[in-house]
Each structure stands twice: as structure tokens, then as C-alpha cells.
Design a protein around this ligand. Structure first.
Ligand code: MTE
Ligand code: MO
Length: 359
């Protein structure tokens, strides 16, 4: 067994090459900050092995001052900052969309998500040092060391999001250096956005007047209406997934659990991209009636998930537990996966339903 597989032994592996694995739901709910060993991994290519001493980050393009930074330059020239933020794949909960029609991509359950303390420097500070003049139509493009279909992984975000205080270039996760599979030695962390916009194994940052033309940005991670198939999809017509929508999942009890009559503790997470979760409703009868869960959210961590707990009194029989959250805009989640089905299975946010058997 590789050392990676050994460390990540609790994860549910969807693929070995590229390595993709998610956190079992009960483990996810064990700690507000997901331990590094339990943190899901989403990779599009082989994990690069980077020699930190030789590694450099270059900052080029529409800059007054081209930068070529070593890790120690980053640590000494910029002030260190830590942001507690949730990373979530746009394909999280994709498995639920398969009930409607087939979808492409790994069948992630609700564990392609995790929360960590990310430590590094603000991307804004690095862009200031590169003497970037603010412009409304500027984009910050990233290029990484891993190779996907013969090209380096690449994505971009707007200059506005790149210079927001929460956006980091991170070299540590939960107080330890980034492990190889999470982007050693440096990754971007773009809180509130889909994980795809937080590139790992960074090598170059380019400030430019257009979004990245890399296929990951220009073709992948696009949201389409239900009638669009893989054959007819025109990437230019799809919505580029950036901010993540409201979502919630039941972590305990597990799907299909056998419970004894009486009180059952139901626990899970809720997350609303860059907005706050204001309420979490839980149903013991498939959504005919709802009660409000108790929420736990860490103050000062607007980009981190909300944990929630409720104690239900379930009579004997077959029941369907369900959860739906509400965000600060008063919006809630669709009841059925049919409502938002798309052939890529992105942004699967319908009420998370968990059948249980009570005796
Ligand atoms: N260079 C690079 N960065 C990447 C990826 C990748 O394959 N290569 N995957 C992205 C996707 S889709 C997600 S969801 C997150 C996952 O981060 P994690 O593996 O640290 O959990 O990384 C993103 N950054
Ligand atoms: Mo992802």
C-alpha cells in the first residue's frame, strides 16, 4: 500500500489514477476542521512530486513588476494569514443525480467537501507587489505543475475575487505543511468558490484581460440545462461555476441504518458558498413536516460550513429523513434532483434524503 493510501485509509476511493477519494459522511461530522488524513482528494492528473528548494512561483502578464518567488520569499516578504474555509467540489453529491438519468464523472456522495485552516499569504498582497493596476475586466490565471490531457492544469478567477481578503496562496493546512496530494508546496484557496478554482501545485500566475483558455476553465465545470447532452453541449453557452450554491447533507445516521425506536440524533453539515446559512430544517417523514436543527457555526469564519444537530423521536417503521437549509437571501434547496439535473452532475443540491428502518 502506498503511503498516501495508508494515510487516507478511511476514504472512499473513486479512482487510483488519477487519485480521487472522499470522506465517509460520519467521519466528516467528527471534527469541524476535517483532519488532513480524512480530507477528500480531487485530482485530474498524476500528483506531481515537487522539490520545494527548486520551486518558484512566477507572477507575469499585466503587471508592472514581474515576480519570481521562492517559498521563503513568500514567507518573508508577505504577512502570514490564516483563513478557516470549506473546500467543496462542484461534483459533491453527484451520486444523487443518477436517480434521474446517467451523469458523467465520479459518483461522489456527500463527502467531496472538507474544512481546514488554510495558512499562507493573501493573493492581494502578492498582486500588489507585482504592481497590478486594478481593472474591472482583469482576470488572474493560474497554471499548475500537474498535467491533464497533455496540458498543465489551469483555471482563472476575476481580479476582484483574487484581491478579496479571503483569497490565499496557502502553504499550510491545519497547521502542517500542505501534503503532496493537497498541492505541496503552494495552492490557491478561493473560499466560497467551487474547489476547481483553488489550483494546487502552483507554478505561474498571469494577470490578463480574459479568462484562462485552459480546457479546465473554458470547457469543464460548466452548468447546462437538462436538455443539453454531452454531444450537443457548447462550453461557451454554459454557466462557469464559481460561487457554490446552498447545500446540506445528513452525515448521521447512515443511509439504510437500522435504528431502535425512541430518540435518534441526526447530524450533518450545511454550506452556502459565500453567504450565511440562517436555518436548517430536518424532516423525519420525507419532507411532509419539518423541525429546526440547532446550528453550530464558528464566529469569524464566514466561508466555513455550519454543523447542525437535531434529536428526532422516530416511531417504528420505515422513514425517510430529509434536510434542507436556508441561506441569508431566504433561499432554500430544490426538493428533487430532477429540478437541477445536468449531464455533468454538477451542483447537486436537492434535499438530502436518508432512508432508515426503525424497530
Ligand atoms: N492543480 C490542480 N489543482 C486542483 C485540482 C487538480 O486536479 N489539479 N483539482 C481541483 C478540484 S476539482 C477540487 S474539488 C479541489 C480539491 O482539493 P483537495 O484535493 O485538496 O481536496 O482541488 C482543485 N485544484
Ligand atoms: Mo472539484
Amino acid at each position: 500500500m502506498s503511503s498516501l493510501a495508508k494515510r487516507k485509509m478511511r476514504l472512499i476511493v473513486h479512482g487510483e489514477r488519477p487519485y480521487n477519494a472522499e470522506t465517509p459522511l460520519a467521519r466528516l461530522r467528527a471534527h469541524y476542521r476535517t483532519t488532513v488524513d480524512d480530507f477528500y482528494v480531487r485530482s485530474h492528473g498524476d500528483l506531481p512530486d515537487i522539490d520545494a528548494a527548486a520551486w518558484r512561483l512566477s507572477v507575469v502578464g499585466a503587471v508592472g513588476n514581474v515576480l519570481d518567488l521562492s517559498l521563503s520569499d513568500l514567507r518573508t516578504r508577505f504577512s502570514e494569514t490564516t483563513v478557516t474555509a470549506t473546500m467543496q467540489c462542484a461534483g459533491n453529491r453527484r451520486a444523487d443525480m443518477r436517480a434521474v438519468a446517467p451523469v458523467s464523472g465520479d459518483p461522489w456522495d456527500g463527502g467531496a467537501i472538507g474544512t481546514a485552516d488554510w495558512t499562507g499569504v493573501r493573493l492581494a498582497d502578492v498582486l500588489t507587489a507585482a504592481d497590478v493596476a486594478p481593472g474591472p475586466d482583469l482576470h488572474v490565471a493560474f497554471e499548475s505543475h500537474d498535467v491533464v490531457d497533455g496540458q498543465p492544469y489551469g483555471v482563472s478567477i476575476s481580479l476582484a475575487k483574487a484581491t478579496a481578503g479571503e483569497t490565499l496562496l496557502a502553504y499550510a493546512m491545519n497547521g502542517t505543511p500542505l501534503p503532496r496530494e493537497h498541492g505541496f508546496p503552494l495552492r490557491a484557496v478561493v473560499p466560497g468558490y467551487a474547489g476547481v478554482r483553488s489550483p494546487k501545485w502552483l507554478r505561474r500566475i498571469t494577470v490578463q484581460d480574459h479568462p484562462s483558455t485552459n480546457p479546465i476553465q473554458a470547457e469543464d465545470y460548466k452548468l447546462f440545462p437538462p436538455h443539453v447532452s454531452a454531444e450537443m453541449a457548447d462550453p461557451a453557452q454554459g454557466h462557469t461555476i464559481e460561487t457554490m450554491p446552498l447545500n446540506a447533507a445528513i452525515c448521521e445516521p447512515a443511509r439504510g441504518a437500522h435504528l431502535s425506536a425512541g430518540t435518534t440524533v441526526v447530524r450533518g453539515y450545511a454550506i452556502a458558498g459565500d453567504r450565511a446559512v440562517v436555518r436548517v430544517d430536518v424532516s423525519g417523514d420525507g419532507g411532509r413536516s419539518w423541525r429546526q436543527a440547532k446550528m453550530e457555526h464558528e464566529a469569524g469564519a464566514p466561508f466555513a460550513w455550519t454543523f447542525w444537530t437535531i434529536v428526532l423521536d422516530l416511531p417504528p417503521g420505515a422513514h425517510e429523513l430529509a434536510v434542507r437549509a436556508w441561506d441569508a437571501a431566504g433561499q432554500t434547496q430544490p426538493s428533487q434532483p430532477d429540478d437541477t439535473w445536468n449531464y455533468k452532475g454538477y451542483l447537486s443540491t436537492s434535499w438530502h434524503r436518508v432512508p432508515v428502518e426503525v424497530t
